[in-house]
Design a protein around this ligand. Structure first.
Ligand code: NDP
Length: 306
């Protein structure tokens, strides 16, 4: 393992929280690096963002690109690596990547969330053969076909709207009797000619031979013939890396932070969708805000130490 120089700050995660923390850290002229596995995080999968102030309607990748170019102007570029473990020893935090070891005294965890799974028969078997968790990434393969989107929140609504313009027919299947997402998306769903909403219904099984052919429901039509199934039933904090670090988390695994984004471990801050901050609202704007607060608190702490 190649040992790298120790930095005053490492930002782990290159989604909106991590990138905004980087923007602030660069302007504060801190000695820092940003490490990310997927540049842009889940923001890259948002085909349309309509509620980020100042940009108007913009795609997630476009918004990411804007932040990256702002960082480039500040001569900062995130490092791409997949951190496998984090350990704190005698005040130093060690991060172990694929082949490199990074060290720091201040860490911002901006790890984001992972997609929830339905855990029904056929979900794993047909993954990549009709089952997908990302409409923006895989929607194109279902041009002029029939697909189902499962879920009733913003992820499902935005996926259905995106797919409604690509596929011939989209069934939006939610288990409650009404949709839960943003009323503006709901209105668009109601008036979209390719989208049919099926409420109060669970998908019990995904069936097919070589690829997805139909879904079995516990209500309504009983089964529907589809070519694809998009599972959009929510997000859960990414936590695999946190166990040996011992960061306190709530009963749903969210990282507990205070109003300065500090975690229970001295030297470790957290920002973005995986924290208890911002009333757990998972929006790009709140992730950015938490990243800014964390970087600023670290800047002030480092200044005091000098
Ligand atoms: P949410 O938790 O908001 O919604 C999850 C949906 O999936 C609910 O309708 C829920 O139903 C349903 N669900 C959960 N488990 C199951 C299951 N086992 N079977 C069937 N249905 C299930 O998650 P989202 O991913 O939609 O959104 C997460 C966050 O990301 C939100 O804060 C959202 O606002 C944000 N987001 C914002 C976007 C934007 O602004 N552009 C786009 C996408 C997401 P039930 O209500 O019955 O539990």
């Amino acid at each position: 393992m190649v040992k790298k120089a120790k930095h005053a700050l490492i930002i782990l995660g290159a989604g909106p929280a991590g990138l905004t923390a980087a923007l602030y850290a660069a302007r504060y002229k801190l000695d820092f690096i940003t490490i990310g596995r997927v540049a842009g995080g889940y923001m890259m999968e948002a085909h349309e963002v309509e509620n980020f102030p100042g940009t108007g309607k913009i795609s997630g990748p476009e918004l990411s690109q804007k932040i990256f170019s702002q960082l480039k102007d500040l001569e900062h570029e995130p490092v791409r690596d997949d951190i496998q473990a984090i350990k704190k020893e005698n005040g130093t935090i060690h991060l172990y990547g694929a082949t490199e070891e990074y060290k720091t005294t201040h860490l911002i965890l901006a790890l984001g969330t992972e997609r929830k799974q339905l855990n029904i028969p056929g979900e794993q078997e047909f993954l990549g053969k009709g089952v997908s968790y990302c409409a923006t990434c895989d929607g194109f393969f279902f041009k002029e076909k029939t697909v189902a989107v499962i879920g009733g929140g913003d992820s499902a609504l935005t996926a259905a709207l995106y797919l409604g313009d690509v596929a011939d027919k989209v069934y939006l299947i939610a288990r409650k009797d009404e949709l839960a997402g943003d009323p503006s998306w709901q209105e668009k769903i109601r008036t979209h000619k390719n989208i049919e909403t099926v409420l109060g219904t669970n998908v019990k099984e995904i069936c097919g031979n070589e690829k997805v052919e139909k879904i079995i429901l516990d209500n309504g039509p009983g089964e529907i013939a589809v070519d694809g199934v998009f599972i959009e039933i929510g997000l859960t904090p990414s936590s695999a890396l946190l166990d040996n670090l011992g960061v306190s988390r709530d009963e749903k695994n969210y990282i507990i932070v205070d109003s300065r984004q500090k975690t229970s471990i001295p030297g470790v801050w957290a920002a973005g969708d995986a924290t208890t901050a911002s009333n757990k609202l998972k929006q790009i704007v709140t992730a950015c805000s938490e990243g800014a607060v964390a970087a600023t608190d670290i800047f002030q702490e480092i200044k005091k130490q000098k």
